[in-house]
Design a protein around this ligand. Sequence first.
Ligand SMILES: Cc1ncc(COP(=O)(O)O)c(C=O)c1O
Length: 443
Amino acid sequence: MCVYAYLVLPPQSCLDVNIFKTLIGLTFAFTIKIYLSYSTVQIDRLIIYHSMIQRSLTLSDITHIQHIRQEMPAVTSHLYMNTGTFGPMPTCVIETMQEQLQKEWREGRLGAEVFDTMKTIYSNARTYVASLLHAEVEEIALTDNTGDGMNIIINGMNWQEGDEVITTNHEHISALAPLYQNRDRYGITIRVADLGPFAELSALEAIQTLITARTRLIVLSHVTWTTGTLIDIHAVGQLGRRSGIPVLIDGAQSAGAIPIDIKALDVDFYAIPMQKWLCGPDGTGALYVRRESLHYVTPTHVGYWSVKHEEGIEWELLDNAQCFEVGGRQTAAVAGQAAVLHWFEEFVGYQWLYAHISSLHTYTFHALKKVKGLTLLTPEPGVSGLISFTLDGYDDSEVIKQLHEKYNIYIRNIPSKKCLRISTGFYNTEEEIDQFVQVLSNL
Ligand SMILES: Cc1ncc(COP(=O)(O)O)c(C=O)c1O
């Protein structure tokens, strides 16, 4: 349909002219090949994989991906399939950060105007995060990363000895570490809900059987980092609401990968990073604190940004999520955070991005099934951007090394599960998946 449109409609731009000419002269498959800029090294090394899986990208998708890839040089110089660890940064992040640093260097950090600029940059970043999560801006605090947000809530709970927290057997150490810390410091009990080896069991059922009169908090991921399973946190949020227990979500593998309508999810706290699926600078992240749930938590760290600055007030915390912010941040990084979120809203488009990650996840799920000796650990296709699997007879860290050194392919392994994990990024293509599958088949 889209090909047809390009053939019959006059081209609108220089890029369109090229696409128009190419389409007339070349086959559709070859056009795809030309328009997705892989390194020649990869093309030389890899045989085109004739997949039986139906490709689903329209030409407008392909053009859009091409535009996106032009903004992200890291994804054209490597087969970049590890967004779940660190996402590639688009040009706007680097330009914005450089501009801010240059300005600070050139003009100094002087006067009220500088302070106002700083406040505006922070406020923009909070506003974009609020828009991403469909939250109110007063419910957003800027943080350093996911772990920072998890710590803010867990350390702010005023624990008493014997209090209980429920978590699951699929949590990341960044969520568990503050729980262990509070267990060792205050004698709280950690109860672990068993979601099964692939997080395939109902979180609601596993968690509700562990609730007692001493349960003070429930902590779990929206998407498991181990298997890419989407957890029904809405059901857990409602359970928490019915039981008077707040629910803290680790959003490290969900923010920027799947749609998040925080109000509909009915959870209390939601911690996100910027450096993964949101492709932002290191040291930036955010924490959602539901307005009505603010009372559960006392900020452990406080400073200039956490308090009211009004005549006659010696010390009073702000009555919104900003009370969890302490002091000045790396302003250039926060500007980069705002810039990338603006880019997602205005250029990439969140709906397109979520749809592409999901369809690529489904495509990859089925394509991987064709590799001999490969066992998928991810229970369901199309629900997130992570897929985990094992390869019979192969050591996971050896595979990572080989993929990197021989094929310029970047994925990760999860040593505790002895498995491999790939991320289907919004900038990845079906052809890249085919290349990856081909390489795995020939290891
Ligand atoms: C589920 C999960 N939680 C937390 C983290 C830690 O994230 P951050 O470095 O943003 O604290 C990760 C990172 O890999 C993760 O996958």
